[in-house]
Design a protein around this ligand. Structure first.
Ligand code: CUA
Length: 338
């Protein structure tokens, strides 16, 4: 019998284990709440991949149940004397080689078939987008419209889009779980993939190849929208930044142009023409900053400008030393770049 002390201790341990399990479950589930899932496909390629996943899971589940059933049978019905299955050779060859070979070859043929089917779109792509991976952001270039943006791409809903991928530094991987399989970005090489979203919305891209300390914070937004909206967006993005006349914005522009910002960033239509960081010509129109890590609000932008290292340690943007008034006017200017 357990002493009162022991039984109390066990109860407490059980309670503690229960608490940790609940915390773990909450963290796990809350993490999943807004995460893009391959099991909720929004495009034809992702739909085939989800189907592949369910077929493979079903086959594996059936095999698992049969093998466990046979194991249970062997354990429970073990009797002395010769087995009813003889010396078991036929069973071992059939169950251990022939049946697995049939299943594995079948699964392989099906998998290769799905891979081939999703490698090219059914109709020719209507738009080409070039993506260059950087530690840790995405450069997005529309070659036919000749403009660059960053960490956000807009595509027409229901139509295939060709994506050309390369990298400026290390290996990255372009992964929009709801739209398409992963594709690596390799140095000195251009890989191509395509995406299609069947429903309007915002689809997240994650870097799926470990690329350094901020690999986990290398995201991008794909905005799938109606053709008219896309056409308006493309036309707007092609334009240079507007000429500033408002005194506050003018002051902010002077602060920006007089700072180190211009060595890394481009604002088309101004003297800022740096190539190291994201093009800021239409920064104000973007959904996020810091490659998808934060919503594009003035508060986040202020924190980012003053000390991006506190928000995303290791990124290439150095801290800026600005007085309150300079910061205020520069933020107003950056926000005006819609
Ligand atoms: Cu880029 Cu991981």
């Amino acid at each position: 019998m357990l002493s009162k002390h022991e039984s109390g201790q066990r109860h407490r341990n059980a309670m503690r284990a229960g608490t940790w399990l609940s915390i773990g479950a909450v963290l796990l589930l809350s993490g999943c709440a807004n995460a893009p899932s391959v099991l909720q496909p929004h495009g034809p390629a992702a739909a085939r991949l989800a189907e592949l996943w369910w077929v493979l899971l079903s086959v594996a589940a059936i095999v698992f149940v049969i093998v466990m059933g046979l194991l249970a049978y062997a354990l429970l019905r073990r009797r002395p004397g010769p087995s009813r299955l003889g010396n078991g050779q036929v069973f071992i060859i059939t169950g251990g080689a022939v049946v697995p070979a049939i299943i594995l070859v079948g699964v392989m043929i099906y998998t290769v078939g799905v891979q081939r089917a999703i490698s090219v779109p059914q109709q020719p792509p209507v738009l080409t987008i070039e993506v260059v991976g950087h530690q840790w952001w995405w450069e997005v270039f529309y070659p036919d419209q000749s403009f660059a943006t960053a960490n956000e791409m807009h595509i027409p809903v229901g139509q295939p889009v060709l994506i050309k991928l390369t990298t400026a530094d290390v290996i990255h991987s372009f992964w929009a779980p709801e739209l398409q399989a992963k594709m690596d970005l390799l140095p000195g090489q251009t890989n191509t993939t395509w995406i299609q979203a069947n429903t309007p919305g915002i689809y997240r891209v994650e870097c799926a190849e470990y690329c350094g300390v901020q690999h986990a914070h290398m995201s991008m937004m794909i905005v799938a929208e109606a053709e008219e909206q896309l056409a308006a967006w493309l036309t707007h993005q092609q334009q240079d930044a507007p000429i500033v006349t408002d005194p506050v914005l003018l002051q902010g522009q002077q602060v920006f142009m007089g700072s180190a910002c211009v060595y890394c960033h481009t604002i088309r239509g101004t003297t800022a023409s740096g190539q190291l960081g994201p093009d800021l010509t239409h920064l104000g129109s973007r959904l996020t900053i810091g490659a998808g890590i934060l919503p594009n609000t003035r508060g986040h932008l202020a924190g980012w400008v003053i000390n991006a290292q506190a928000m995303k340690p290791g990124n290439r943007m150095p801290p800026m030393y600005l007085d309150a008034s300079s910061l205020h006017t520069m933020l107003a200017y950056l926000e005006s770049l819609e």
